[in-house]
Design a protein around this ligand. Sequence first.
Ligand code: HEC
Ligand code: HEC
Ligand code: HEC
Ligand code: HEC
Length: 156
Amino acid sequence: MKSHVWRPLFVVIALVLGILLFRAFYVPEDFGAHDRGYTFGFHRLSNEQEWQAFPAKYRDSGYCNECHDDKVETWAISAHGMIPCENCHGAAFDHPEDPEKLKIDRSRDLCLRCHAQLYMPSSGRNDIPGIDATQHNPEESCSDCHDPHNPSLEEM
Ligand code: HEC
Ligand code: HEC
Ligand code: HEC
Ligand code: HEC
């Protein structure tokens, strides 16, 4: 065979060797298919320990019941019963030690995150009742009228 056929092949071989060499230095040694094969085991093994050591930040709403059972009681049967307390009050893993108090956000933005009316409805988000923030009691805090732990005003 003539050399003009071989020459591009050398280029390809050099490229493959280059990639293998790069991989040998760059990919960590414990990366690969482990016990559970390629489907579930294809990762860096030491990453498992890293995630085990990752500090948890969140509890769940059941934890709040130990001390704030009055809130949990109304919230649980309200329209907001599916929203975890920490969604509005922030992470509570070491509360009440640190922080001693969780934050209370009374801004309209807290609520508008979920209740701003969508004008181009496209997803399940639009099933949440929306209000036009410029028309719906614009100067007031939402929680002046709606109890965030039981927001429906039906009884009033
Ligand atoms: C072991 C008891 C305990 C648990 C469990 C607990 N809290 Fe508290 N919480 C307290 C204490 C004590 C305070 C400070 C005193 C106070 O204001 O009631 C506080 C304060 C707060 C405050 C601020 C109240 C204010 O008036 O400023 C919020 C909000 C709050 N907790 C939410 C939560 C949420 C949400 C959870 C669950 C994820 C939770 N707490 C779990 C004891 C607890
Ligand atoms: C939709 C957001 C939201 C959720 C969910 C929520 N809260 Fe609140 N929470 C608020 C807001 C806003 C206030 C301030 C209300 C006000 O203006 O008095 C508040 C106030 C509080 C307070 C202190 C003030 C008070 O009224 O005594 C506590 C304690 C508290 N929440 C605990 C909880 C717990 C426990 C849960 C879960 C069962 C929970 N919250 C779920 C938004 C929320
Ligand atoms: C994380 C998203 C989220 C946040 C934040 C949130 N809500 Fe809601 N809200 C919902 C969902 C979901 C429902 C229940 C919708 C349904 O199934 O009808 C609801 C229901 C309501 C309802 C009852 C509507 C009715 O038909 O009776 C009111 C009023 C309301 N929310 C006000 C508020 C206020 C005020 C705040 C802020 C303190 C707030 N929401 C924050 C998601 C949210
Ligand atoms: C001055 C009192 C007041 C304030 C402040 C207020 N609302 Fe309302 N809201 C009402 C009343 C009354 C209704 C029921 C009558 C109606 O639909 O207008 C209502 C209804 C709603 C509904 C149900 C709408 C529906 O179609 O079912 C949602 C959601 C809501 N408000 C969210 C909010 C949010 C979010 C804020 C803050 C940005 C807020 N509200 C501020 C009094 C208030």
